[in-house]
Design a protein around this ligand. Structure first.
Ligand code: EPZ
Length: 423
């Protein structure tokens, strides 16, 4: 299993091109199942989760055509003309929860689907009950048999109204994709407003779907009978960009992040600026300026978009380990998203967790240690700490990192970091 070896203390300077968003690319790829016409995606990131989604779609019968990567990043055409298998198997679904996003499209186009339950993951049980309730509101009949969701809509899905009892990104995406082919109008209330859902809605519109209320919590979808071919650019990854901003805040480095969408990052930018990070925004480029004062403590609560994203909580916590005072972070989205705390503590961080709240008291310095990545964003918090820790840090189980960060060590090495991957 690969490890990362990092020696802290090097100042960072350089330019990083932000990749397409993992959490947009996954539903965008699943959406190809809705049409027998080809869907061309550009600016696809090169990540383990994208490969997994490709494997899942291939076993359904989707064919892929890789184009030469141009200045619009990697381009792939997905063609779901001949779908000969409606089952998403446990051996793939258990490795990536987002596999459940094939449920809505398969049900909408073919009237049935058999999708393995995803099982839990490190950051919580993460059930799919909201996905099922939303699809049942459109007439789906879904039973759980031998660990699989057996979904049917023999007469096709019918437009219906559904209010999400709590915000769910994935359930909103599954319901949105199902509704575009339902007979009639569907109204989704308390829908998630993450930018990745806007991106999915834009692809679906390009394919011929009729969707109103994009970027709001009230989505209205008028079903159509079929969708056509489309080409779509995956939106920039706001979490990758936020993660590099956290690295700049922690190290005081001067990073230029290209190909960002700053408007999708307002809460992240505001939180990091409270710690003392100064940035200059020019269109899709964010430049960080050298830090002139010690890091400042902050009190932040994670919330659905446009609030401070849960996917940035671990990264911000790492930065606060060296702030000049005590910070408080409250995690409201997942019940167990503090797995990085004991690992940061091994590096000398002073963090106490009580329920959903973590108190972080800044320390003079962190020291390098051997640590273990426990989940995707936790692994990045360890990288952030290691980049300023005294001495050498070895991060184990780096496969977590590879799920969501494209060539992280290459991008950081080009900015002057002392980092290498060990096989
Ligand atoms: C998406 O996960 C993201 N993944 C997550 O990013 C992100 O943390 C999360 O949204 C919140 O923003 C992808 O987009 C592939 P949810 P998702 O449904 O859709 C509970 C990363 O690091 N819930 O919004 O699974 C759930 O347990 C990953 O890139 C139910 O109870 O998140 C959680 O506590 C991690 N029942 C809360 O809702 C359901 O049916 C939010 O989950 C669905 C969810």
């Amino acid at each position: 299993m690969d490890k990362l070896r990092i020696v802290g203390g090097k100042p960072l300077h350089g330019t990083i091109r932000i990749a397409g968003a993992k959490n947009a690319a996954l539903p965008l790829m699943a959406a190809c199942l809705l049409s027998e016409r080809p869907v061309r995606l550009r600016n696809l990131p090169y990540l383990a989760d994208i490969v997994t989604m490709g494997k899942l779609l291939r076993q359904h019968g989707v064919t892929f055509h890789m184009h030469d990567a141009g200045e619009r990043g990697r381009e792939i055409t997905l063609h779901a003309e001949k779908i000969d298998n409606l089952t998403a198997p446990y051996d793939i679904v258990r490795t990536m929860r987002a596999s459940v996003l094939v449920l809505g499209p398969l049900l909408a186009r073919f009237g049935k689907a058999r999708v393995s339950l995803p099982g839990g993951c490190a950051i919580g049980t993460r059930p799919v009950d909201l996905h099922l309730k939303a699809l049942e509101a459109m007439g789906a009949e879904i039973d759980v048999k031998e660990g699989y969701l057996d979904a049917k809509a023999p007469q096709g899905l019918k437009g219906g109204d559904f209010t999400f009892p709590q915000v769910s990104v994935g359930a909103t995406e599954n319901a949105l994709m199902a509704a575009v082919l339902a007979d009639g109008t569907t109204r989704l209330s308390n829908a998630a407003r993450e930018p990745e859902i806007r991106d999915l809605a834009h692809l679906l519109q390009a394919m011929g779907a009729q969707i109103e209320g994009i970027d709001t919590s009230e989505l209205i979808i008028h079903g159509v009978t079929q969708l056509h071919a489309a080409t779509h650019d995956v939106l920039p990854d706001r979490i990758e960009a936020g993660s590099y901003l956290a690295i700049a805040a922690m190290t005081g480095g001067e990073l230029t992040l290209e190909h960002c969408q700053p408007d999708d990052m307002r809460a992240t930018l505001a939180a990091l600026e409270q710690t003392g990070l100064h940035t200059q925004i020019d269109g899709t480029t964010i430049r960080t300026l050298p830090r002139t004062a010690p890091l400042q403590p902050v009190h932040i609560t994670t919330e659905p978009h446009p609030g401070f994203p849960t996917d940035m909580q671990a990264q911000l916590m790492a930065v606060l380990c060296c702030a000049n005072g005590t910070s408080q972070l409250t995690e409201t989205i997942f019940e167990n998203r503090y797995m990085h705390v004991p690992e940061l503590a091994r590096m000398g961080a002073d963090i106490t967790v009580k329920g959903q709240m973590a108190s972080i008291t800044g320390v003079e310095k962190l020291t390098g240690a051997e640590v273990m990545a426990t989940d995707l964003r936790a692994s990045l918090s360890l990288v952030i700490a290691a980049l300023v820790a005294e001495g050498e840090t070895i991060i184990n189980r780096v496969y977590h990192l590879d799920r969501g960060y494209e060539r992280l060590e290459d991008k950081l090495k080009l900015c002057g970091a002392d980092i290498e991957r060990m096989h």
